[in-house]
Ligand binder design. Structure first.
Ligand SMILES: Cc1ncc(COP(=O)(O)O)c(C=O)c1O
Length: 383
């Protein structure tokens, strides 16, 4: 056993293996709706950019090419209602999972420091706090905890749209957390960072988000024009079918980004040059994102109707890549639901992966081909 692994939970997906075997034994084969891994082709515009940048003998810039950083700035202005971001305050990351896992360490957090994260959450917020030796604290109300904290909260993770439950934070909710973090920093004389993981922002299904867009923590209505202590984390894995490229970035407070850059330069945490070029191309092209969004919208409609028709309720799921599902009626432990669905050859993720508060739900990913989605729907409804 490694020295650090003792401090970490078991890797959750390993515990799903037996259910995957059961689902694979279905005569029609498995429909895997557990991991949210994209299955549609990487857009041609992105592949072309990767190809064109294939000759890259030198080291790439840790800070990213100027073209990439300008593309991020343009994307924030065009798609997220965040105008005038400083290109210096943008930093590419090797996918966003590493940044989520390493941010507490990169910020120099350690024993005695508290990292708040959503009560029902992507597990890597917890892991990142543990890797740094800090204390992860799940909460549905970070502003309230900040208001009565003893000065030990140093980082607050937000995730909107949320994985796994598709909840969305509006401007007022974001602002309440940012104001509370600033008040706590002022009161305690120590910085408090608010990092918002927004990787599903382009996948909004329900109003008002479908029309108005999912707000960013960097939105001027949230920040009041001051980015101090704020970071937005974004990934192209889902919006552009680029999970294999590891294409993501963080942006926000220029001083914070400069300090992350400094550490990442020392540690060699660099996005490969051709991937930087491909990422810039993807951010400059809204058409492929709209196309992919429509694919997911169709699949979501089919799966939602099938689960509801088969006696399940879908909670929240306003945006993002998942349906957050539980059997109607009396609460049922998620592993029972996972087992029942595996008998039908449909593999889903147990809510228990996302925190104790989530043990009655399962997470259904929209990332399967149209054929597989239709097959899952047919099995669920007996059609
Ligand atoms: C909320 C959230 N953050 C971050 C990630 C990491 O994405 P990537 O490392 O592919 O950028 C995921 C992936 O599923 C996620 O759901």
């Amino acid at each position: 056993m490694g020295f650090l692994t003792g401090a970490l939970p078991d890797f959750p997906w390993d515990t799903l293996t037996l259910y995957a075997e059961r689902a694979r034994a279905h005569p029609g084969g498995i429909v895997d709706l557990s991991v949210g891994t994209p299955v549609d082709p990487t857009p041609q515009v992105v592949r072309d950019a990767l190809d064109a940048a294939a000759d890259w003998p030198g080291y790439p810039l840790t800070h990213g090419t100027p073209q990439l950083r300008e593309a991020v700035v343009g994307w924030f202005a065009r798609r997220r209602g965040v105008p005038g971001l400083d290109p210096q305050a943008v930093l590419p990351t090797v996918g966003s999972k590493e940044l989520v896992a390493l941010l507490p360490s990169l910020l120099g957090l350690g024993a005695g420091d508290v990292v708040l994260h959503p009560a029902t959450a992507y597990p890597t917020y917890d892991v990142g706090a543990r890797l740094a030796g800090a204390t992860p604290v799940p909460t549905a109300d970070p502003a309230a905890l900040l208001e009565r904290s003893a000065g030990d909260v140093r980082l607050v993770w937000l995730n909107s749209p949320g994985n796994p439950d598709g909840s969305v934070l509006g401007v007022e909710e974001l602002r309440r957390v940012v104001d509370a973090a600033r008040a706590a920093a002022e009161r305690d004389g120590r910085p408090v960072v608010v990092a918002s993981d927004e990787c599903y922002a382009e996948l909004a299904w329900e109003e008002p988000w479908a029309s108005s867009g999912v707000p960013s923590v960097l939105d001027p209505r949230v920040t009041g024009g001051d980015l101090t202590g704020l970071l937005a984390v974004y990934s192209l894995s889902k919006q552009s079918n680029l999970a294999g490229y590891r294409a993501a970035f963080v942006a926000g407070d220029p001083a914070l980004v400069a300090s992350l850059l400094e550490t990442r330069k020392h540690a060699g945490m660099i996005v490969p040059g051709p991937v930087q070029a491909a990422t810039a191309a993807a951010l400059g092209d809204d058409a492929h994102v709209a196309e992919q969004r429509e694919r997911y919208r169709r699949r979501r409609r089919v799966l939602r109707a099938a689960f509801e028709g088969a006696g399940f309720a879908v909670d929240r799921s306003f945006a993002g890549l998942y349906l957050w599902v539980r059997p109607e009626g009396a609460p049922q432990d998620c592993w029972t639901t996972v087992g029942d669905l595996a008998e039908q050859g449909v593999l889903v993720a147990p809510g228990a992966f996302y925190g104790a508060a989530a043990a009655g739900h399962v997470r259904v990913a929209l990332t399967a081909s149209d054929e597989k989605v239709a097959e899952a729907a047919a099995r669920l409804t007996g059609a």
